[in-house]
Ligand binder design. Structure first.
Ligand SMILES: Nc1ncnc2c1ncn2[C@@H]1O[C@H](COP(=O)(O)OP(=O)(O)OP(=O)(O)O)[C@@H](O)[C@H]1O
Length: 230
């Protein structure tokens, strides 16, 4: 796999939200042979920008997202969040850094069926406590994502695409430094996809770094920068 990044190299005064340096990921195949999916990959994502990892199925998009959010340790290379090299953190410090900096929406869009849509969106607020401001923000996010009339319904009544948008609202609730999303428009029609793209641009305008894996032209064409994976 080769990668060409189009990220600008303009110096910034604050540390980038996410930096990947010389990342290589080698899996072990079923037959025991090594399979290198990502090799010597570099990427810098400043705050306030949207970066899209684009490419065919199997090109390594999810692998790179998982490295960026630290659910997968690369075979070699360094991941840095807001100036902190993750290899310097113990597991508790990494968990704390993740809570502070990083939200991840995977392709599964897990939500809790028995909770209402609003309560699902508010789940990240539980450790610190609900506030009227957070409830208002959750409602605003759900409205932006086309779920404004569904807030009091149980999540089990939602379609797959609606669950995906609920997971995105939940991830954006606490205004993370960075948010990573895996194919966030994959099961959406054009109208619903536009609400997701709008929400991601609003998050970036508010200062978040957004890393998205997608082969959707609507996402690719509106990203700040794109890495085409082959
Ligand atoms: N744990 C693993 N062990 C072995 N191979 C793996 C593992 N995880 C992923 N792979 C392989 O690595 C390659 C890249 O997978 P990845 O999920 O990163 O691709 P992707 O670009 O996100 O694909 P898609 O668009 O289909 O989700 C695939 O060939 C996949 O089978």
């Amino acid at each position: 796999m080769t990668a060409t990044t189009t990220t600008p190299t303009t110096p910034t005064t604050t540390a980038p939200a996410i930096t990947l340096e010389a990342i290589t990921v080698t899996y072990t195949r079923g037959d025991g042979d090594p399979l290198t999916i990502v090799e010597d990959f570099n990427l810098t994502i400043p705050a306030g920008t949207i970066h899209c990892l684009a490419g065919r199925s199997g090109s390594g998009k999810t692998t790179l997202l998982r490295v960026a959010v630290a659910t997968l340790t690369p075979t070699t290379g360094t991941v840095t969040w807001a100036g902190t090299r993750l290899e310097t953190l113990d597991p508790d410090q990494l968990a704390a850094a993740r809570r502070k900096h990083m939200a991840y929406v995977d392709q599964g869009a897990t939500v809790i069926d028995e909770l209402t849509v609003l309560d699902n969106a508010l789940l990240p607020a539980i450790p610190t406590g609900l506030t009227p401001d957070l409830e208002e923000r959750a409602t605003t996010l759900l409205t932006t994502l086309g779920l404004g009339t569904r807030t009091r319904q149980r999540a089990r009544t939602l379609s797959g695409g609606e669950r995906q948008r609920l997971a995105i609202a939940r991830a954006l609730l606490l205004q993370p430094t960075a948010i990573a999303l895996d194919e966030p428009t994959a099961s959406l029609d054009r109208t619903a996809a536009a609400t997701v793209i709008d929400a991601l641009h609003k998050a970036a305008t508010s200062g978040a770094a957004v890393l998205v894996a997608s082969h959707d032209p609507a996402v690719i064409n509106t990203a700040t920068t794109v890495t085409p994976l082959t």
